[in-house]
Design a protein around this ligand. Sequence first.
Ligand code: SF4
Ligand code: SF4
Ligand code: SF4
Length: 356
Amino acid sequence: MNRDINIKKTRLNCFRQSKVPGVFMLQMRVPGGMVDAKYLEMIEHISKTWGDGNFHFGTRQTFDICGIKYDSIPQVNEYIEDYICGVDAELCNVDMNKIAGEPREWDPKSGYPTIGARNITACIGNYHCICGNINTFELARKIENLIFPSHYHIKINIVGCPNDCNKAHLCDFGIIGCAKIEYHPERCVGCGLCAKKCEHGATRVLSLNPKTGKIDKDPCCCVGCAECVKACPTSAWTREPTDFYKVIIGGRTGRQTPRLGKMFLNWATEETVLSVLANWQKFSAWVMDYKPEYLHGGHLIDRAGYKKFKEIMLDGVTLNPECLVAEDVFWAETEYRSNYNVKPLETHHAAGPQKA
Ligand code: SF4
Ligand code: SF4
Ligand code: SF4
């Protein structure tokens, strides 16, 4: 039977259209990719009662439940009230009665109010990973209430260290946890392990001084990965107690102009990052003249230009003294559409030993 379905409305409600008319997939937010395991029972219940019995881990770390019929959406919405209130309202302190900061009454039985700001993803960070410099999902929870609910589209990926397992360079805002590291020469036994580690796994900024038996550091381009801290057997390298972040902007995948993001801020503290992100709604509203449309955050930056983006995002922000801000940002995504780097096979240079 044919029937009218307002696809835009169901989409805003976080039910995504499938190839089968009238069948939808619910996407449930999991800020930072971490929630209490008790919610898995709810996922199972939704999936077995209204869905097709399966669920998919969304690429943005959402719980995706497929096979939900259009007529079941109101019941599913009613059922997920506890989830939305428990995860977004309580865990992340989200004011569900606002959209992009503007008052808007939310009926808790009506499901998600917007889909605009996408789920914030995060690697496991220092909750488990030996490389992690920061608690990634706690940061995600603090950011959630700055960007959600909102009709403005933004994708944020957080990682615990510059290894960037969660691809901070491929989203609108990538946040990379870094450490400022301190050297305690009195503890150093001159084994050189940190220099080797930095050379093989990072930026080659450390060297063992044969005269002093201590480590010299070129401070130019340490990325704050703390691999040297991990390598040192005597704790001669330690992380400063303050967490620092790099903020990468404007990365994306996609059919048209995929590109890696570029660094906007380096050595920003959490307070700085949160104050900057608090300006995202204002920036998006300005770019779109207060009329939200489906446009990725990176495209908003392109539309405004980096200089204007920087002006609005830094408005009223007190940067921590260590924080560096990119003077300008230059993109190279036109390479993709022009096939700039794709040479015909016959012009490729052969690798390995060549025949005489
Ligand atoms: S990005 Fe760093 S902290 Fe996160 S999982 Fe990868 S190695 Fe671990
Ligand atoms: S933090 Fe990373 S880049 Fe910096 S000195 Fe240590 S290993 Fe090298
Ligand atoms: S690993 Fe530690 S002890 Fe060894 S050279 Fe580096 S700082 Fe010194």
